[in-house]
Design a binder for this molecule. Structure first.
Ligand SMILES: [Zn+2]
Length: 297
């Protein structure tokens, strides 16, 4: 078993905890906590509903409490990834409604398990003619959720720019500007930066200084304090491909030097870093976690 993370030996403001998206089937605490230990995780991300479905399970209070306490004991912050079907920009009204209900559910579950943030994809307008209406939908759906999250003192919502294509509402980091504007810069909306998505959307992270320059643009667009989570994923595809196929850190087209820049950029100081890479059991994840820890200053 991996020793609990104390962070006692480093400046907490600079610490970049590293962890993984973590499976939960069989019980939140029962499945996830051993995985956290085996992977050497210092942060954990979980689904609280089927990633490809709309069902909204209530959760098991016993597992919730054990998980919350287990993560607190280990000093491991918790993040939820909302269902991948969520699209607040959809031209289909039922999808927008289900998306908002899914986010409300994830926020409630986040409060129950002590999560810091709920990640959701920025979404897409799907049809060229729907772009303006899509941003209005984002505003109408998000504002009440963000207000409620603020009142509850619960987790923040974290928007994750997508890999691009399909009339994405935000894939390049500059597009986070209009997205934040759509909710009047609400303080409960943060950003999750996914390296594979940014690469797919055309940010050349593999060029020397490319990761640094992209994070500089993110900071210039929304401010460093908006960045609350990083998804560190290498890619199987080329820059600008709009394809979202993750690869283990240093084994893909982005390459290890870019992740070294990521782990040293001042904008990531104090920001948790989660891998969502391919793995057999925890093995690939443990290797990726170890690599990112090694790349920390
Ligand atoms: Zn991601």
């Amino acid at each position: 078993m991996t020793a609990p993370v104390t962070g006692a030996d480093r400046d907490p403001a600079q610490h970049r905890p590293v962890g993984t998206h973590t499976p939960t089937s069989g019980g939140l605490a029962k499945a996830a906590l051993p995985y956290v230990d085996a992977a050497g995780s210092e942060v954990v991300q979980v689904y609280v509903s089927n990633s490809r479905g709309w069902a909204l399970p209530p959760g098991d209070p016993v597992q919730d409490a054990l998980f919350r306490e287990g993560c607190a004991e280990r000093g491991v912050p918790v993040f939820i990834h909302a269902s991948l079907l969520v699209n607040l920009g959809s031209p289909t009204a039922a999808t927008v409604e289900r998306s908002a209900a899914t986010l409300a559910h994830a926020l409630r579950r986040g409060t129950a398990i002590g999560a810091r943030g709920v990640v959701f994809h920025a979404g897409s307008a799907v049809d060229a003619g729907h772009a303006e209406a899509a941003m209005r939908q984002v505003r109408e759906a998000l504002l009440p959720l963000l207000d409620a999250a603020g009142d509850a003192g619960g987790p923040m919502l974290l928007v994750e720019p997508s890999a691009g294509g399909g009339r994405s509402l935000a894939s390049r980091v500059e597009q986070l500007g209009p997205y934040l504007d759509a909710v009047d810069g609400h303080p409960m909306l943060g950003v999750c930066f996914d390296t594979c998505h940014a690469w797919a959307a055309g940010h050349d992270l593999a060029a020397e200084g490319g990761m640094t320059a992209t994070l500089d643009v993110l900071v210039a667009t929304v401010g460093a304090e908006r960045l609350r989570l990083v998804h560190a994923n290498d890619s199987k595809d080329l820059c600008g491909s709009t394809r979202d196929r993750h690869e283990n850190i240093g084994k893909g087209t982005i390459g290890e030097p870019a992740f070294a820049e990521l782990m040293r950029h001042p904008a990531t100081a104090g920001v948790p870093v989660v891998v969502e890479t391919p793995t057999e059991k925890h093995v690939g994840h443990a290797a990726d976690v170890a690599t990112l820890k090694r790349l920390r200053p």
